[in-house]
Design a protein around this ligand. Structure first.
Ligand code: FEO
Length: 169
């Protein structure tokens, strides 16, 4: 049976992953309003990834004999000053998620749950990729500045991103 402290840590992270899904859904709507379909696609993939992350923990907690307790998902922002500001927010958010997963790992170490440590390791590796992919778009947006033509070229590139169901754990 999973330790109660570990169970709570997983439940908190499930909420954080579903909040991420909700936040990116809100950003998808923001880019739809700007008529940038490539950014909309990029965010769609992000939404699906966050859903998979949340469900991965949801299923794992059940598999470990724990109880999933869903809590309220906070209201996300819905307006950003510009695409680059929006991606700055994504970058900050992903860094926050990384710190949260590190905190869950601290709990796993404290209660000596090696299986949970191994499981959370996948999430830590995923965060390295997530932070990198967001950072790449952010750097390009910073280079682009006010160049609308370059922004449309980036939009075309982001339209090619596809979702692959991750194999978690
Ligand atoms: Fe599931 Fe983007 O962290």
């Amino acid at each position: 049976m999973i330790d109660k402290k570990m169970e709570q840590a997983f439940n908190e992270q499930i909420n954080a992953e579903f909040f991420s899904e909700y936040l990116y859904l809100s950003m998808k709507a923001y880019f739809a309003d700007l008529n940038l379909p490539g950014f909309v696609n990029w965010l769609s993939v992000q939404v699906q990834e966050e859903h998979a992350h949340g469900m991965g923990m949801f299923d794992y907690l059940i598999q470990r004999g724990g109880t999933v307790k869903l809590s309220e998902i906070a209201k996300p922002d819905s307006c950003w000053a510009s695409p680059v500001e929006c991606f700055r927010k994504i970058s900050e958010h992903e860094q926050l998620v990384t710190s949260l997963i590190n905190k869950r790992m601290d709990v796993a170490e404290e209660v000596k749950d090696r299986a949970a440590m191994h499981f959370l390791d996948w999430y830590l590796k995923e965060q390295v990729e997530e932070e990198d992919s967001v950072c790449n778009v952010l750097r390009t947006l910073e280079l682009i500045g006010d160049d609308k033509h370059a922004l449309l070229m980036l939009d075309r590139e982001l339209a090619t991103r596809t979702f692959t169901q991750p194999v978690i754990g």
